[in-house]
Write a protein that binds this ligand. Structure first.
Ligand code: DQA
Length: 143
């Protein structure tokens, strides 16, 4: 089964972001990690990244139209994009929000997620394993 794994702004630059927060995996390494975790759980991951809100909204529309489950790290959009929230709400297949870091242990503006309310669940704080755990949760939700 196909799963869309959507990554928001600045995640393509993991190699130059703060490694004490985001770890030392580059974005291409993260993509390889996600694809392998997906395969172990019986999924084929289509992993995408965009810095553009509209593009992420189009991808969520695609998931809604084609009934594809979603794992999404909306990155900074998590904290303020009502447009991404509304698009995520259209997805009727399971949708899981993930974060590499634990936003609740960071600055106060990161404590709000406008996406969580329309996600089946949120996993954060486990680095790349947040994605692996999300894929395990997805498998459980679907079977
Ligand atoms: C993030 C957390 C967000 O607060 C931040 O803006 C990101 C990445 C994470 O994966 O930990 O860009 O979503």
């Amino acid at each position: 089964m196909k799963v869309l794994v959507l990554n928001g702004p600045n995640l393509s630059r993991l190699d130059i972001r703060d490694s004490s927060i985001y770890g030392d995996m580059s974005y291409p390494q993260l993509v390889a990690h996600i694809k392998s975790a997906a395969e172990s759980n019986g999924f084929e991951a289509d992993v995408r990244q965009s810095d553009d809100e509209a593009t992420i909204i189009c991808w969520l529309h695609e998931a809604a139209d084609e009934n594809i489950p979603v794992v999404i790290n909306p990155a900074a959009f998590t904290h303020y994009s009502y447009a991404i929230r509304d698009a995520a709400e259209l997805v009727k297949a399971p949708l899981i929000e993930v974060h590499l870091s634990n936003p609740l242990s960071r600055e106060e503006f990161r404590h709000t997620s406008v996406i969580s309310g329309v996600a089946n669940g949120t996993i954060g704080g486990f680095g790349p394993n947040s994605y692996s755990l999300a894929l395990i949760a997805l498998k459980t939700l679907i079977s």
